[in-house]
Design a protein around this ligand. Structure first.
Ligand code: ADP
Ligand code: MG
Length: 131
């Protein structure tokens, strides 16, 4: 599925709709360059799960948000108990998932956000794909 957005609000709303439908144990792998809108999408998804502010345990399902941009190596994920989260009952979302590609679970939803400056500064192409 491909969606195009032309504002932060539209990307947030797309995340919101996906969060409303997210099921237990679902993992979202976000890909895209710095400043493309991964965090905007994530906030929408969290809100769609019913999460307010940063209290990630009080939504419809627990929400586990990983931003692995500064990770040194995949072994750091073991230290934080990564597998307990992603194979748990909550909804997990990983920003910069390509940095931990080797330890993604067998099934996840990839969300790839890309700019196309020819279509405007705020244009984003958001491709969603199930693995
Ligand atoms: P990332 O987490 O990918 O580094 P952020 O979500 O923190 O990026 O920031 C995205 C920036 O891009 C915000 O400043 C936001 O206002 C801006 N922006 C402009 N157009 C869009 C759009 N269509 N979707 C999402 N963000 C957008
Ligand atoms: Mg971010």
């Amino acid at each position: 599925m491909v969606r195009e957005t032309v504002s932060e609000k539209e990307t947030y709303e797309l995340g919101f709709h996906i969060g409303q439908k997210a099921g237990a144990g679902q993992v979202y792998a976000l890909l895209g360059d710095l400043g493309v809108g991964k965090t905007v999408f994530t906030k929408g998804l969290a809100a769609g799960l019913g999460i307010q502010e940063q209290i990630y345990e009080e939504g419809r399902l627990p929400f586990y948000h990983f931003d692995v941009y500064r990770i040194g190596g995949v072994e750091e994920m073991d230290e934080i108990g990564y597998e307990d989260y992603i194979y748990g009952e909550g909804v997990s979302l990983i920003e910069w998932a390509d940095l931990i590609e080797d330890i993604l679970p067998p099934h996840y939803t990839e969300v790839r956000i890309e700019k196309d400056l020819e279509k405007g500064f705020d244009y984003r192409r958001i491709s969603i794909c199930e693995y």
